[in-house]
Write a protein that binds this ligand. Structure first.
Ligand SMILES: [Zn+2]
Length: 167
């Protein structure tokens, strides 16, 4: 077998990042292969979370891989509950290489989702895992982390980002 063409991560400016993603209808071999490719892309970029729209596929799928946690797959996820207490923490995004800022998000959450084989599960998460889940979940609704900061900070961040990319 030769090398397979791997999927690429799309960066800010690509309209797919601002679209609401569609539900996954079929749990088939194609889905398994796609999720495998997502993990390859995530690991190549040394990220901790990746959503399907970030590789140009407008589908409700995201994955996480934290150092102290197993690989996790969320298909057609729904955030069932979030804690009222918010925490602020520095975030990055593979679709905004080189850009980091403080974002406030709920400290913990409960999420219901399906595995890559279509089995339903519920997970309670806190700390970094909760943060990554909330960040990736936003991607499925076309929402980006720059939408979670003040307009002034957002403007500055985008200026900085365009300079980085020489847009
Ligand atoms: Zn992101």
């Amino acid at each position: 077998m030769g090398a397979v063409k791997m999927i690429d991560i799309v960066t800010f400016g690509d309209p797919v990042l601002e679209k609401k993603a569609e539900a996954v209808a079929q749990y088939d071999k194609e889905l398994l292969l796609f999720i495998d490719e997502m993990f390859t892309a995530l690991e190549a970029d040394k990220g901790i979370g990746l959503a399907a729209p970030q590789v140009g596929r407008s589908k409700r799928i995201f994955i996480t891989e934290l150092d102290d946690d197993k690989k996790r797959i969320f298909v057609n996820p729904e955030i069932v509950a979030t804690s009222p207490d918010l925490v602020e923490y520095e975030e990055g995004c593979l679709s905004f290489p080189g850009l980091y800022f403080m974002v406030k998000r709920p400290a913990s959450l409960r999420i219901q989702a399906f595995t890559e084989k279509g089995k339903s599960f519920t997970l309670e998460a806190e700390g970094l895992l909760a943060r990554v889940i909330l960040h990736e979940y936003d991607h499925l609704d076309g929402k980006l982390f720059i939408d979670r900061i003040t307009p002034l900070k957002r403007e500055r961040a985008l200026l900085h980002f365009r300079k980085l990319l020489k847009m």
